[in-house]
Write a protein that binds this ligand. Structure first.
Ligand code: LMG
Ligand code: NDP
Ligand code: PMR
Length: 387
């Protein structure tokens, strides 16, 4: 029963090593390296650009030795939507280790600043940079600003999302795409395509691109069978631009449904991760991963749901489905995918069992359909202006 709830196959039942080969482990087991304390560059605003230049020349593993051990510089991780919920909890968890500098890529600078402060994040542990994923111009601007900052990019976490469960009509991004798929998928698609080169250039020992997925996009689970179910169909709506002019606002060409659009966007996220893996893992060594962090029923994701839902959903998940997870716990899980030396396997969709141990989960047939992944990649390339 548990396996049905979580969509895991008998074969993928968690082993101590979570399916990571010993060779992979040895290659990236740098956790014991002493961290050389170094002054962090980086003011907290995007104007940090010039001051951060010196970071470029910092090798990931410093040849200086501290008591005979090699030292590793701080990793630089970009987290989209780090102003609340999972993104903020992950930023905090990583910042607290002292091993990461977090670039909080957020649409609302002030909100992000307040969130970081009230989470107790040390000033020098983060930089906030503006990013509105609902505008391709803003994505390009963010990438330019990031490149100008001179920071190496070691890990990118595509976390931000919007969910419009009660919308009767679609709303649209600056470029005219239905908002949920436009933000959650297309914005992140352009962002990660444009930042891949930066990741390639980084000399950090374990580089990762992580795209947050969800159980609700996977129809091999109970949660994924709650209507409306994700279904991308033959992608005719996506091909038409999701703008309700040439096509439907929905990927499958059907009538608008905000909850379905969100679940469809998560399927795109999980397929994009796999296509990245197929195209780039071998050549770049970058780890591509997705995950379902658990049901974080208290986050801002449900801000547009009816008040009764927001009231009942957390106890329902806590006491009935037992799928509930706190923001703090979920943040630790995503932080593991960012930095844990045992989670370096690429192409994996991670989940956690009741004892909070990670395992490689199985995706639904649609969320693991390689041919569909390729088609979505090509169509998305056109929509974001890369092809
Ligand atoms: C849609 O409704 C809306 O239409 C849409 O607009 C959007 O809001 C969307 O996802 C958001 O929801 C969906 C939902 C509305 O409808 C249902 O859930 C209908 C029930 C259908 C049941 C489907 C179960 C699936 C089972 C499928 C299994 C099949 C497996 C097939 C595979 C077989 C392979 C062998 O429903 C609601 O809105 C209900 C609200 C639910 C929220 C939580 C309710 C909690 C109620 C319980 C209260 C508990 C309180 C706490 C208790 C504390 C205990 C101490
Ligand atoms: P939140 O609403 O708390 O966080 C979403 C974040 O995305 C916010 O920081 C929000 O910014 C940001 N965001 C939204 N739109 C944009 C945009 N256009 N540009 C930039 N940032 C934007 O939700 P969660 O923390 O729950 O969601 C985080 C991720 O976790 C999502 O990918 C979601 O799909 C996934 N997830 C969540 C689950 C849950 O149970 N909550 C379960 C499974 C997956 P702002 O603060 O300005 O609104
Ligand atoms: Mg679900 C094991 C059962 C399980 C889990 C893990 C989730 C997660 N949900 C489960 C079951 C059920 N849900 C059941 C039986 C119902 C019918 C009462 C149900 C309903 C429900 C609704 C109406 N659930 C929801 C909603 C939402 O609006 C949320 C959603 O679909 O957002 C897209 C949601 C969720 N349930 C989850 C999770 C993780 C979510 C939200 C977020 C997400 O997937 O990103």
């Amino acid at each position: 029963m548990l396996s049905f709830l979580q969509g895991k196959s008998a074969a993928s039942v968690n082993s101590g090593l979570f399916g990571v080969s010993l060779a992979d482990q040895a290659k990236t087991d740098y956790s014991s390296f002493a961290l050389k304390s170094k002054r962090e560059f980086g003011a907290r605003k995007s104007s940090v650009a010039v001051r951060a230049q010196a970071v470029v020349t910092t090798p990931a593993i410093n040849s200086d030795t501290v008591q005979g051990k090699k030292t590793l510089r701080k990793g630089n991780v970009v987290i989209t939507g780090a102003s609340s919920g999972l993104g903020l909890a992950t930023a905090k968890a990583l910042a607290e280790t002292g091993k990461w500098h977090v670039i909080m890529a957020c649409r609302d600078f002030l909100k992000a600043e307040k969130a970081a402060k009230s989470a107790g994040m040390a000033k020098e542990s983060y930089t906030i940079m503006h990013l509105d994923l609902a505008s391709l111009d803003s994505v390009r601007q963010f990438v330019d600003n990031f490149k100008r900052s001179g920071r190496p990019l070691d890990v990118l976490v595509c976390n931000a999302a919007v969910y419009q469960p009660t919308a009767k009509q679609p709303s649209f991004t600056a470029d005219g795409f239905e908002l949920s798929v436009g933000t959650n998928h297309l914005g992140h698609f352009l962002l990660s395509r444009l930042l891949l080169d930066d990741m390639k250039q980084s000399d950090y020992p374990s580089k990762r691109l992580i795209i947050v997925g969800s159980i609700t996009g996977n129809t091999n689970t109970l949660a994924g069978n709650v209507p409306p179910k994700a279904n991308l169909g033959d992608l005719r709506g996506l091909a038409g631009g999701l703008n309700e002019l040439n096509s439907s606002a929905m990927i499958d060409g059907g009538d608008f449904d905000g909850a379905k659009a969100y679940k469809d966007s998560k399927v795109c996220n999980m397929l994009t991760m796999q296509e990245f893996h197929r195209l780039y893992h071998e050549d770049t060594g970058i780890t591509f991963a997705s995950l379902y962090p658990g049901c974080i029923a208290t986050t801002g994701l449900f801000r547009e749901h009816i008040p009764l839902f927001r009231l009942l959903f957390p106890p329902f998940q806590k006491f009935i489905t037992k799928g509930f997870v706190s923001e703090e716990e979920a943040g630790k899980r995503l932080a593991q995918v960012v930095s844990d030396p045992s989670l370096t396997k690429s192409g994996v969709y991670w989940s956690w069992n009741q004892a909070s141990a990670s395992f490689e989960n199985q995706l639904s047939p649609e969320a693991s359909d390689a041919a569909k992944a390729r088609k979505i990649w090509k169509l998305s390339d056109k929509l974001v202006g890369l092809a």
